[in-house]
Design a protein around this ligand. Structure first.
Ligand code: PLP
Length: 443
């Protein structure tokens, strides 16, 4: 008997009791490889003794102090460490407890920036279809996840959505990457002109798309063209790396591979690696300067901003990532994982694409490869694969189900950065078993 209001009350999940390395053990004696690190959270795996020690020590020193009165040592040290990984113009840090809070914060920070600079008419936020930025109402409003928005549509503030950058499905047959990127940038520019060039506040995009489409990286040059349009019209560029940041894609920040620097950057999951709930917004100097020169204070805040224990956990996680060169390891093990996926699924009749960067890799399931056709969404292939994979001891992160009639089901893998080769082989093998079992049943 459970009193928790689980997501699906009629089928409550197993009880997790113990975690060690890449594995989670349940109360009924089963063991699972955490092949997606939850939702791309566990970058160091479970039970890391150094992170646990850091949390316990901080608990003994100081469990909480409100940021209305104090900063704390771990928060200051963590901010310095994050700044050392970031371009010189993007080294101001604002801490939060979740990715959704971080996104809400960027929208409000951008709004205040424009108001402080004497442009109160700037209010429009432009984001992309096939995107996910969180489940609180502001984050949901800018997200382009049709399924998650549908029920709450009447509550959502206005936001505008342009096409995603997803070459596999939306680049035209005779179009180069460059021409495709230019087409998307001009769609964005056209929308700015329609809304009124001095009324747009932000453009928000995941650097590498996670939940809605499964590890979709942009074509080369896309973000540079978007950055240029933002600069032309005074729009702030917000890059959402809640899922793809902190080494997940093989560089510390995913945007490093795009040749641009955002004005506001969100980070979350890999920041605390699951040891504590923590997120951060990295803020450009020009935003801080405008607020300092104007009213002098950011009009925002939450009770647990800069929580000392969460910051201590994240500081330990980030120190270990740096010391053990785990960003480089995410890049090299990512190549290994990609090779394994290609070996296992490269010729699979129902795998239409294998994609991703670093240890952020996905496969896309198709009903047929030629012609390229997604499964009927009512089959919920991705959800069945998730359940079947769990049966064979693998946790993976599925999504899709024909969100827009074009792009179908996908399964995302995002294992810990310190995963060994043999474990990745086992994960791909279990995923293969699960997919074949589901497809045999569906046929
Ligand atoms: N942004 C992105 C890109 C995400 O993937 C997520 C969560 O999956 C969020 C924001 C929201 O983060 P949270 O669930 O911590 O609120």
């Amino acid at each position: 008997m459970t009193h928790i209001f689980h997501r699906s009350p009629s089928s409550p999940p197993a009880i997790a009791v113990h975690g060690e390395g890449g594995f989670i053990h349940s109360a009924d004696g089963r063991q699972f490889f955490d092949g997606s690190g939850g939702a791309a959270v566990s970058c160091l795996g479970h039970g890391h003794p150094e992170v646990i020690d850091a949390v316990v020590q901080q608990m003994h020193k100081l469990e909480y102090a409100h940021t209305g009165f104090f900063s704390s040592e771990p928060a200051e040290k963590l901010a310095s460490l994050l700044a050392s990984h970031s371009p010189p113009t993007l080294n101001n840090v604002y801490f939060l407890s979740s990715g959704s809070e971080a996104i809400e914060t960027t929208l409000k920070m951008a709004r205040q920036y424009h108001v402080e600079r004497g442009e109160p008419q700037r209010r429009h936020n432009i984001a992309r279809k096939l995107s996910y930025h969180g489940n609180t109402l502001g984050a949901l409003a800018i997200g382009g996840h049709v399924g998650r928005r549908a029920l709450y549509q009447p509550l959502l503030v206005q936001a505008h959505h342009v096409s995603p950058c997803f070459a596999r499905h939306y680049r035209q047959a005779d179009e180069t990457d460059d021409a495709y990127a230019s087409r998307l940038a001009s769609e964005f520019e056209q929308l700015i002109l329609e809304l009124g060039p001095d009324t747009v506040s932000t453009f928000v995009a995941e650097t590498v798309v996670g939940a809605t489409a499964g590890a979709v990286a942009p074509v080369p040059g896309y973000f540079q063209k978007i950055r240029a349009v933002c600069d032309r019209y005074g729009v702030l560029l917000i890059m959402d790396e809640v899922m793809s940041g902190v080494g997940r894609t093989g560089t510390y920040h995913a945007f490093e591979q795009e040749g641009v620097v955002p004005d506001l950057l969100t980070m979350a999951k890999g920041l605390g690696g699951g040891y504590q709930p923590i997120a951060a917004v990295m803020v450009a100097d020009k935003v801080v300067d405008a607020i300092v020169a104007g009213s002098g204070a950011f009009q925002h805040g939450h009770t647990y901003v800069g929580h000392p224990v969460a910051c201590a956990a994240a500081l330990a996680v980030q120190t270990i990532i740096q010391r053990d060169q785990l960003v480089q390891r995410s890049a090299s093990m990512g190549q290994h994982l990609r090779a394994l996926l290609t070996q296992r699924f490269g010729d699979h009749a129902n795998v239409g694409d294998i994609r991703g960067r670093g240890l952020f890799q996905a496969i896309e399931l198709v009903a047929s490869r030629d012609p390229d056709r997604p499964f009927d969404p009512s089959l919920q292939i991705h959800a069945k694969i998730k359940r079947q994979a769990q049966q064979v001891g693998l946790l993976c992160y599925p999504g899709g189900g024909c969100i827009d009639g074009v792009h179908g089901d996908h399964v995302l893998l995002a294992p810990p950065y310190n995963s060994r080769e043999g474990v990745l082989e086992m994960a791909v093998d279990r995923l293969g078993q699960a997919i074949d079992l589901v497809l045999n049943e569906t046929a």
